[in-house]
Write a protein that binds this ligand. Sequence first.
Ligand SMILES: CC(C)(COP(=O)(O)OP(=O)(O)OC[C@H]1O[C@@H](n2cnc3c(N)ncnc32)[C@H](O)[C@@H]1OP(=O)(O)O)[C@@H](O)C(=O)NCCC(=O)NCCS
Length: 371
Amino acid sequence: MTDKGLRQVVAAETRISDIDGIRGRLWYVGYEIEELAEKSTFEEVAYLLHHLELPTRDQLDELNEFLVSEREPSPFLVSLMPTLAQQTSPMSMLRTSVSAASAYDPDGWDDSPEANERKAYRLIAKTPTLLAMYHRMRTAQEVVPPNPKLSHAANFLAMLLGEEPSPEDARTLDTTLILYADHTMNASTFTARIIASTLADMFSAITGAIAALKGPLHGGANEEAMKMLEEVGSPERAEAYVADRLARKQKIMGFGHAVYKTMDPRARILKRLSREVGERHGDLRWYEISEAIERAVAEQKGLHPNVDFYAASVYHMLGIPTDLMTPIFAMARMAGWTAHVREQYADNRVIRPDSEYIGPRNQRYVPIDER
Ligand SMILES: CC(C)(COP(=O)(O)OP(=O)(O)OC[C@H]1O[C@@H](n2cnc3c(N)ncnc32)[C@H](O)[C@@H]1OP(=O)(O)O)[C@@H](O)C(=O)NCCC(=O)NCCS
């Protein structure tokens, strides 16, 4: 029997992350997401996903040093960027750039585990620079070079917005990157693992993952959620908006989940962040509209928000343009994708599911002029 959407298929063994969809829990390598969000940093989580253990101080310092040293994209990518900034959407730019990044990777086509680890960290390190550079160019602002003194999250905000963020804003972004860093066998991670299972290279696998993340049913939902908040405009209008959308059988973006049947644990953390960043910036409007929509969707459809819903208002309050919200998801997920690709390589069998043929049989070929 066909399992449309492969919901019951266990496609791989993994040590990277785990979900309990009924209880609404998520772990990275056995650590509760809540604890990592509160105590860890994105860099530390990237190490955890790749090494399956938390780093010591020295190991983290070494990783930080490597990430900082790899933030600059190759001259080839820099030369492509003006055209990409003019001609492509941010996700298309990222997909193209990651593909192009293979051309000048110092490890070339070396596919040893050590080279793949370096390639993974290079991709993690460069993605924020690519996004910020793209945004500064398309808005005719000066490109801001990476600042080696700043963390992954703080440096990204500084390169994007042209000024150093407050430690609180940097920490808020950092926490969202932790929350987005991995999520078991979602569509983009599965895509990356399928590509890796053919023993295609790391850049090919990640290019495919970005392509899968682009769709509105996966990563695109945070951008759609932000557009919805803007459309609703005020908390009082949430109920009617939701009723109208549901009556027209349209989905409410940022709600529902293929695995969670209760509130996504990441959404709970992001809801708190949304209120906190709103309070800090003296503007609770987006939080209040979000909360009103959450209430209306719960009452009218019994659905809970997923990770993308409250991420929208958090990113908006951090000054991030709406069309960069999905690319930021990609920037965080780069940690998980690359870890999954390496895990796939380490114990590989080509992924090749079956299909159920439902078309006609025993057809006779009719020459073209007789059809
Ligand atoms: C995430 C998603 C693709 C999961 O899809 P799924 O596992 O196939 O869930 P289903 O479509 O089976 O959902 C079950 C029911 O809830 C409805 N539903 C699910 N998500 C909904 C949403 N966001 N808005 C309105 N109704 C929704 C479905 O239409 C279905 O209703 P029905 O039984 O009356 O037909 C889906 O919830 C969705 O499209 N959400 C919006 C996009 C989004 O936020 N994506 C980010 C995911 S992290």
